[in-house]
Design a protein around this ligand. Sequence first.
Ligand SMILES: *[C@@H]1O[C@H](CO)[C@@H](O)[C@H](O)[C@H]1NC(C)=O
Length: 501
Amino acid sequence: MSWAALLGLLLALLLLLLLLSRRRARRPGEPPLDLGSIPWLGHALEFGRDAASFLTRMKEKHGDIFTVLVGGRYVTVLLDPHSYDTVVWEQRTRLDFHPYAIFLMERIFDLQLPNFNPSEEKARMKPMLMHRDLQALTEATYTNLRTVLLGDSTEAAGGWRETGLLDFAYSSLLRAGYLTLYGVEATPRTSESQAQDRVHSADVFHTFRQLDLLLPKLARGSLSVGDKDHACSVKGRLWKLLSPAQLATRADRSSWLESYMRHLEEMGVSEDMQARALVLQLWATQGNMGPTAFWLLLFLLKNPEALEAVHEELKRVVWQAEQPVSQMPTLPQKVLDSMPVLDSALNETLRLTAAPFITREVMADLALPMADGREFSLRRGDRLLLFPFLSPQKDPEIYTEPEVFKYNRFLNPDGSEKKDFYKDGKRLKNYNMPWGAGHNQCLGKSYAINSIKQFVVLLLSHFELRLGSEDTEVPEFDLSRYGFGLMQPEEDVPIRYRVRL
Ligand SMILES: *[C@@H]1O[C@H](CO)[C@@H](O)[C@H](O)[C@H]1NC(C)=O
C-alpha cells in the first residue's frame, strides 16, 4: 500500500472515531466527567500504564467520585470507603458483576461455559473451601508443603543455596496448592511418589508462570505476534496437564476438585472446555498466594525488628508447644489462630500490595447514595469501579505514613487486634480490603491465609533465610498488574537459604 493510501486510511479511521464519540456531556446530578483528550480512547493509555497514579491524579482533581472515558467505556470510579458497602451488596439487577467476570474468562482463558452462573457456582463451592472441608485442605497443604520444601533438602544439607525470593515463594506455594487441590501421584505417599510429585508440580508451576506473566497483556488484548504464539503454546500445554483424563489418574484429590468437576459435567461442558476451566481455577486459587508470601517475607527480611517479633511469637506458639512442630502432622487451626503478630504482618503486607478492581456493570439508570448524604446518578451501560488500594489501603487520612510497612499496624499496645480506623472522623467498617467485600468476598480466604501461614512457619522453622546482599532494595511494582489481584515486583529479589542444622 502507498503512503498516501495509508495516510488516507488513517484519516478516515480518525474521522470515524470522532463521529463515534460524539462527546458526552455531564447531566445534572452526575459525577464529574473527564473525557481526556483523545477521542474514544479517552484515558485508556494512562489507565493501562499505571492505573494507581492515574486514579490518584483524577481523585485530586475531582474528589472521590468521577466518571472517566476509557477505551469507549464510561467508568465511574468510587473511592470513598464509607460508601463501598452499598455497592458491594447491591442486587445484580442493578449492579452486576457477572459480565466482567465472563469477559475476562473468555479473554484470558478462552473459556465459554453455557449457563454459567458465578453466584450459583460460588454458593456451591463454598463448603469445600470455607467451612466443612477447610480442615482437610489445611492438613493436605501442610503435608504437601513439606514434600515440596523439605523433600530433597537432605541432599544439600548445610550448604547455602541461591534463588529468587518470588520464584521460591511462588513455586513452593503453587506446587503444594496444586498437589492439595488436584491430587498427588499415589497414596499412601512413598519417597518415590513424592519425588514424582516434586517433578510434576514443578512442571505445572513453570508452565503456569509463563501464562501468568502474559496475563495483563492477555486481558488488555495487547499481545504482540510473538507473545500470541507463546501464549497459545503455553495454554495448550496447561490444558493437557490439567485435562480431566490426566486428573482422573491422580490420588487424594480434594473434595473441591471432585465437586467442581461434577458441576462442570452437570452443566454439559465438553472435556476440552473442562480443561480450560481447570486452568482458570488454578490461577484463581493459586495466583495470589505466592506473590503475597513473597512480599511478606521480603518486608520481614528488610525489617529485622518485625522478623524478630514473628520469631518470638513462633517460639511461644509453635516451637515451645508441648509437641514440637517437627513432629506434628499438621498445624492445628487453634495454633494457626493464635499468631496475632504474624496476622498483623500479613494484613499489613496485603494492605500494601493487594490491588484488585471491584467492578460492576450498571444495569439500569440509578441513584448511588453516598455515605455523606450526597447522591449521584449513574447511567445504564456504564461501569462502576471501586479501587480499595487507593482508599482505604493507601489513604494517608486513615494510615499514617501509608507507604511504610509497619508489622504491628493492626495490633493494639496490649497485643490484641486493632480494629478502629477512621476517615472524616467516622470509624471505618472496611479499612483493609485485600479479599474484596460483599458479593466479591474471596471464597478461598481462609484456605489462603492458612496456606501462607503454614508456609512461613515451615520456612522459618527449617531454613535460614538471607537477602542476597545487605543493600537489597524492595523492587518497584510491575505497574501493568493493577486490577488483577496481588501486585508482582518488576524483578525478582536474590536470596540465599540453607537448611537449619
Ligand atoms: C487480619 O485479617 C484477617 C482477614 O481479614 C482477620 O481475620 C484477622 O483478624 C486480621 N488480624 C489482624 C491482627 O489484623
